[in-house]
Design a protein around this ligand. Structure first.
Ligand code: BG6
Length: 506
């Protein structure tokens, strides 16, 4: 049983309270934290939205969201009735001063009632165009002033390029201290992503191998079967690089490649991750074609269903040049990783929905077995499965039973669902609890965000200035464009696809 300590009294204001994120993710996460006993009974959630809604109607909508999306399944009436008393809805215009004066009053009333200083969380679950205005509103009302307890949570995208990210950082850091800012990357809240740190730094047996002497290449794939759904208007200005690579994929790369931290202090972990970003070799504009591949999905078939091409999606230009797939080869120029390629890729409408990191080890230095023994021989490989299957698989060679010496790859498997029976928290549960507890380890610091943008800028600008003449260049339900295969094949490698469900010796 987990050691649960009640958090400090907290009032959380969610801007974008009537939006999708609140409904699908934030309230289900807060509800689970409540059920698991993390939340103090002195707690208040105020959802602020621009849509007019009555309290009852709003609470019903939230309940539908929890019923649909919570890992626990449907709500139980008695529990939901208690939880929903903590939640209120407020209609408000984010540019109106009165809204912030009202929030200030709510906070004062709450703190007076509980007779102590509470955590005050302002969650920006809104379109980025509102970030600065809301921050200004908070400042004008003095809601930024309690540096120890007032916290601002910002959803992605954090800027659309290096310049805008820098400007946003300057703006926010004029109002808040860095320790008050929680820039979300929801991948960092995922159980399996957090486990990368445990796996690497709580075991003595892997770290000695974790370097250029033993590792041939590392691959990170974050692929999705879904298309852009109803987010065409946003995605048209984003594309796969901004939407997935700049944040989620780069963070996975940092966790895999970082040096061992001295402690689990938030800044220590973030410093080690920032070191990786700074060591990534800058790709020159003229070399982009050698290091990066882009794609856009055409219509096709997925699991027997015909699906549209990207250019036929709602709110998407029929001539769109936005990439729905990106693959990049990175090098990390430091002692540990010199000349080890890191291949990353992410795309929509791919064959599988899978997030996986593959560590491909080098072959043995000398092959002593006779040729007939090594027909099926393969170098060692480790697969860290982030989702949907969660676990780690290590592939090594064993003797196949029989009278002759014949080698065969076999797998050693750690699988969350077989190992643990307790429910696995959602990323947002972890992240919200961390915000409430004031632990910024899993959040992006200003310099990390900027460093990640800096790495991608040559690719972004090159692709912007040179529209693809081949789009669309992969069919829905496939593994992306041929250029992505070529990107890795020219190094003598290939993208490793290993269905996790595969049993030994299959
Ligand atoms: C979001 C992207 O950050 O991550 C989406 O904006 C993407 O386009 C989503 O679908 C994927 O998240 P997950 O947790 O489903 O892998």
């Amino acid at each position: 049983m987990e050691n649960i300590t009640k958090t400090k009294p907290t009032i959380i204001n969610i801007f974008g309270g009537s939006g999708d994120l609140t409904w699908r993710k934030l309230i289900p996460a807060l509800y689970n934290l409540f059920l698991d006993g993390w939340l103090n009974e002195k707690f208040s959630i105020i959802c602020i939205g621009r849509t007019e809604m009555k309290d009852g109607e709003f609470i019903q909508k939230l309940k539908d969201g929890v019923d649909q999306f919570s890992r626990r399944g449907k709500t139980k009436k008695e529990e939901w009735d208690i939880f929903s008393k903590y939640v209120t809805y407020k209609t408000g215009d984010f540019s109106n001063k009165d809204l912030f004066i009202g929030i200030k009053k709510d906070v004062a009333v709450f703190e007076k009632e509980i007779n102590e200083n509470a955590n005050k969380i302002y969650y920006l679950a809104v379109n980025p165009q509102f970030f600065e205005g809301i921050a200004d509103g908070l400042k004008d009302a003095g809601l930024n002033e309690d540096v120890e307890h007032a916290r601002l949570v910002i959803e992605k995208p954090f800027g659309t390029d290096l310049e805008s990210a820098k400007a946003l950082n300057v703006k926010l850091l004029n109002i808040f201290e860095e320790k008050q800012l929680y820039r979300i990357d929801h991948y960092l809240g995922k159980e399996t992503v957090q486990n990368i740190l445990a796996f690497r730094f709580a075991n003595a047996m892997f770290e000695p191998l974790w370097n250029r002497n033993y590792i041939d290449n590392i691959q990170i794939t974050v692929s999705e079967k879904i298309g852009v759904e109803d987010r065409g208007a946003y995605y048209e200005h984003s594309g796969a690089l901004r939407d997935m690579v700049q944040n989620h994929v780069m963070q996975l790369l940092c966790l895999i490649a970082m040096e061992p931290p001295v402690s689990f202090d938030a800044d220590e972990i973030r410093n080690r991750k920032a070191d990786v970003l700074h060591a990534i070799r800058k790709i020159r504009r003229e070399d982009v074609h050698e290091f990066a591949s882009r794609g856009q999905y055409a219509g096709g078939w997925q699991e027997g269903e015909q699906v549209k091409g990207y250019r036929q999606e709602k709110s998407v230009d029929t001539d769109s040049n936005t990439e729905t797939f990106a693959a990049i080869k990175f090098f990390i120029d430091n002692w540990r990783w010199s000349n080890v390629p890191f291949y990353v890729r992410s795309g929509k409408r791919m064959q599988q929905s899978i997030s996986v990191i593959t560590v491909q080890f080098k072959p043995v230095p000398h092959q002593s077995f006779p040729e007939e023994a090594i027909e099926n021989w393969q170098p060692n490989r480790m697969i860290i499965n982030i989702q949907p299957d969660m676990g780690i698989r290590i592939r090594f060679q064993a003797k196949k039973p029989g009278l002759k010496m014949q080698l065969n790859p076999v797998d050693m498997l750690f699988n969350y669902t077989d190992t643990y029976s307790s429910g696995i928290p959602e990323g947002y549960e972890t992240l919200l609890l961390d915000v409430i507890e004031g632990d910024a380890t899993l959040f992006m610091r200003a310099d990390q965000v900027e460093a990640a943008w800096e790495i991608l800028m040559p690719i972004l600008s090159m692709w912007r200035d040179n529209p693809s003449v081949n789009f669309p260049n992969y069919s829905a339900g496939t593994n992306g464009p041929e250029t992505s295969e070529a990107l890795i094949a020219k190094d003598g490698n290939n993208w490793i696809i290993l269905p996790f469900e595969k049993k030994n010796n299959e």
